[in-house]
Write a new protein. Sequence first.
Length: 224
Amino acid sequence: MLFCWTRFGTEAGQSLEQILRRKEEERSANDGVFLWGIGNAVGPGMEELVRRCNAPEVLFSPIAGKARKVDVAPDSVVAWTSGETNDGRQFPLPTRSLVTSRQSTSSASASHYALICFSREPLVLRVPFGSLTFSSLRNLLSGSRVGASQVTAVVARDRESPIEGRVYEVALRAHLVHPYFIRLRQPVVLSSCSSAAGWAGAVDSAWSRRAQQSLTQALQGGGT
């Protein structure tokens, strides 16, 4: 079994529940398409996955353990405004999508990426789709075990591997659609809310503005 696997949790000041609510609104507005931001590059592995699978998928598992302080209360949060495919072509982000990430003052030039996902079903946590034993996952290209720091990886599942170690539930799954994986460009720093909402409120505010702008553009252009 070959697939892309990513672990998710609190990020850029937003809780897991807040992120899922926003991504579901994005999916609904984009006729099933949503962008899922990730912190590590998986381009070569993604190319191999697409070459070997007619309908590549991404499986999502909640991160085990307590959220890190840097994710709960980051120095700053940015919204990414453009993208680039694995072969260097410009990829305009869908008008009804918003990808954010934390930005540390010590690593302002850090890279960020996104998976291009599609789901006909709402993005809600329900009965798990199954589970994955961490030790059974191998990086698709190298065959090596997935490292603890690999939050996102393109993997092959070794069903003959001994069932031992940490087990992750599969909470969500989606199809990957062209161009499957992009590098994000041109980050814009968001203004933090002065209220208790903090960065979570700043991201919600940015999403509300983007959604409203998209709706206005659609109405002016006669679209839906």
